[in-house]
Design a protein around this ligand. Structure first.
Ligand code: GLA
Length: 518
C-alpha cells in the first residue's frame, strides 16, 4: 500500500512530462562509466542497456509503475548464466536501484552463492536524456585480425604448478606478502615438490605513464626487483591482466596496450600471464574472444621471453575448442571457485567428460586450489587435490603458505598425487562409473599404469566395490593407495574401497609390464 501511495505521487509528475522521467542515461554517483544505465521507456515498458565495469547487459522485461521500475539485466554473451533482477524507485535525489535477485539457470554450473543477499541500493543520477549508449573512445570497439591457429609455444609441458594470490589475499596482495610466499614455497619444500610459479593476481595495477606504459600501484614498489627476488629462489613470477579496459577488480586492463604491456612484463622478468576476460565484453563481441586472446598471445611471443599464457574467461564460447589455437597454455573452464565443498565439487566434477582435448602444453583449468583456506575438511581437500590431479589441472595453491597445518602441507606436498597430476602423458581423466553420489574416475598414465579415483560425494561413509571390468581395465598386478602411501598388493576381480564422506580413495593401478591394458 505504501508503495502504491508513493508511486501515485510520481505518476502525477510523469503524466505531465513529455517522456517518462526514467528515459535517458543514468550514472552511478560518483559518476564513472561503470554502472551506466540507458533506459528507453515506451508506455510502461522499459528496455535498455547497462554497462558495468565488466560488461554490457541487455535490460529486458522492464516495467515502469509510477515511480517504481523493475527489469532484468542479462548478458547476451552467456544466456545461461545467472541474471540479475533490479528494482528501482525515483526519489527527489535520483534513482535508487537495488539488485534484488540473482537468478541461477539450471543449465549453468555457476550457482548463486547460498549466502547471497541484495546489496544496498545504488544511487543513480540522470546524466542526460540520451537514450543511446555513448562510450568514450577508450571503450569503443577496435577490430581484430582474423583468427589463425597458433603453433604451441613449447611451454607448460605438464600442468603449471605454483601459488596464486587471489583465493587468500584478493585485493590485499602486496610485494611483502608475495616475497613471503616465495620464501615459504622454498621453506616448506613445496618448490621442490614442483610448485614453481608465484602468481600475482588482480589488483597490482597502477596507472599508465605519459607514454602509456603500465605501472604497478603502491603495493608493488618495484616489479623488476620482485621478479629478481622470486627468480633468485628458483621460482618464476606470474602476473595478471585483462583484454578489456578494466580488470575484474576494476584496475587497468590491457585494451589497446597489449604489445606495450607484454613488453613491460618481459622487461620486468614475468614468466606467466593470467589474462582475464571481465571487461572484454565492453569492447568486443562474444565471438571475438578467440582473437582477443590471440592478440595477447602474439604480443607475448613477440617479446621473445617464454611466458606461460593462461586464458581466463570461465569456459565461455566452448573455450576448449579454441584455447590452444589461441596460444593458451591453459584455459579456465568454470566460474570462480570458492572455499566451500559445493563450489569446489561443482567446478571439479563438472569436468567429467571434457577429456581428449587437454594435453602437454595446453590444459583444462577448473580454477585454483583452495586447499588450506579453512572452508573444507581435510577429506574434502584431499578430494579437491585428487580431482585436480585426475583432471591434469594446474595446481596453483591459494592459501597462506606461512600458516599451513601439517595436514594441509601433506595434502599439497603429496608427491604421489602430484605425480599423477604431472604425468608426462598428459591425458585428462574422466568418469567411468557412477552410482548416486559415488563416482569412479580413471586416468591413463605414462608407462601403462592408471590412476583410479573413487569419490564419495555423499555425507556418509561408503564402501565401493571397484570392479575392473566395469572400468574396462584388466586386473592390475599391483595397487597403491596414494593418500595412505600403502601398497595394497595385487588386485583380483574387484577391490573394496572405504571412502569417507565427501572423500576419496586414490589408487595407482600398475600392470607390472609396460603395457596398455585397453
Ligand atoms: C575473476 C577470476 C578470478 C580472479 C578475479 C580477480 O573473478 O575468475 O580468478 O582472477 O577475477 O579480480
Amino acid at each position: 500500500m505504501r508503495r502504491l501511495a508513493l508511486g501515485l505521487a510520481f505518476v502525477a509528475v510523469s503524466l505531465t512530462a513529455q517522456t517518462s522521467p526514467f528515459s535517458g542515461t543514468w550514472q552511478r554517483v560518483p559518476g564513472e562509466i561503470a554502472d551506466t544505465f540507458v533506459f528507453n521507456v515506451a508506455g510502461d515498458r522499459l528496455t535498455g542497456v547497462m554497462v558495468t565495469s565488466n560488461d554490457r547487459r541487455m535490460l529486458l522485461a522492464g516495467q515502469v509503475i509510477g515511480a517504481d521500475v523493475a527489469f532484468e539485466a542479462r548478458n547476451p554473451l552467456s544466456p545461461d548464466a545467472p541474471f540479475r533482477r533490479y528494482r528501482g524507485r525515483l526519489t527527489p535525489a535520483g534513482l535508487d536501484l537495488t539488485l534484488a535477485q540473482l537468478i541461477a539457470q539450471p543449465a549453468f554450473p555457476y550457482a548463486v552463492p547460498p549466502d547471497w543477499k541484495p546489496g544496498p541500493p545504488l544511487r543513480l543520477r540522470k546524466a542526460s536524456s540520451d537514450t543511446e549508449l555513448r562510450l568514450p573512445a577508450t571503450l569503443q570497439h577496435t577490430p581484430l585480425p582474423p583468427f589463425r591457429k597458433l603453433p604451441t609455444n613449447g611451454l607448460a609441458r605438464t600442468p603449471p604448478m605454483g601459488w596464486n594470490s587471489w583465493n587468500k589475499f584478493a585485493d590485499a596482495v602486496n610485494d611483502v606478502d608475495v616475497r613471503a610466499m616465495a620464501d615459504a614455497l622454498v621453506a616448506t619444500g613445496l618448490r621442490d615438490a614442483g610448485y614453481t610459479y608465484i602468481n600475482i593476481d588482480d589488483t597490482w595495477e597502477g596507472r599508465r605513464d605519459a607514454q602509456g606504459n603500465i605501472r604497478a600501484n603502491a603495493k608493488f614498489p618495484d616489479m623488476h626487483a620482485l621478479a629478481d627476488y622470486v627468480h633468485a629462489k628458483g621460482l618464476k613470477l606470474g602476473i595478471y591482466s585483462s583484454p578489456g579496459p578494466k580488470t575484474c577488480a576494476g584496475y587497468e586492463g590491457s585494451y589497446l596496450h597489449e604489445a606495450q604491456d607484454a613488453r613491460t612484463y618481459a622487461a620486468w622478468g614475468v614468466d606467466y600471464l593470467k589474462y582475464d576476460w571481465c571487461s572484454g565484453g565492453l569492447v568486443y563481441a562474444a565471438k571475438e574472444m578467440p582473437q582477443a586472446y590471440e592478440k595477447m598471445a602474439l604480443a607475448l611471443r613477440a617479446t621473445g621471453r617464454p611466458i606461460v599464457f593462461s586464458i581466463c574467461q570461465y569456459g565461455e564460447l566452448d573455450v576448449q575448442s579454441w584455447g590452444a589455437a589461441a596460444g593458451g597454455n591453459l584455459w579456465r573452464t568454470t566460474g570462480d571457485i570458492s572455499d566451500h565443498y559445493d563450489a569446489m565439487a561443482r567446478n571439479g566434477f563438472s569436468q567429467f567428460a571434457l577429456h581428449g582435448i587437454a594435453g602437454p602444453g595446453h590444459w583444462t583449468d577448473p580454477d585454483m586450489l583452495e586447499v588450506g583456506n579453512g572452508g573444507m575438511t581435510a577429506a574434502e581437500y584431499r578430494t579437491h587435490m585428487s580431482l585436480w590431479a585426475m583432471l591434469a589441472a594446474p595446481l596453483l595453491a591459494g592459501n597462506d603458505l606461512r600458516a599451513m597445518t601439517p595436514e594441509v602441507h601433506d595434502i599439497l606436498a603429496n608427491r604421489e598425487v602430484i605425480a599423477v597430476d604431472q604425468d608426462k602423458l598428459g591425458t585428462q581423466g574422466w568418469r567411468v562409473w557412477q552410482s548416486g553420489p559415488l563416482e569412479i574416475w580413471k586416468r591413463p598414465l605414462a608407462g601403462g599404469s592408471y590412476a583410479v579415483a573413487v569419490f564419495n560425494q555423499g555425507t556418509t561413509a561408503a564402501k565401493v566395490a571397484v570392479r575392473w571390468s566395469d572400468l574396462r581395465m584388466l586386473h592390475p598386478r599391483s595397487l597403491r593407495d596414494l593418500w595412505a602411501h600403502r601398497d595394497l598388493g595385487s588386485a583380483t576381480q574387484e577391490c573394496l574401497a572405504s571412502v569417507e564422506p565427501r572423500g576419496v580413495v586414490l589408487l595407482r593401478a600398475s600392470f607390472g609390464v609396460e603395457e596398455d591394458p585397453q
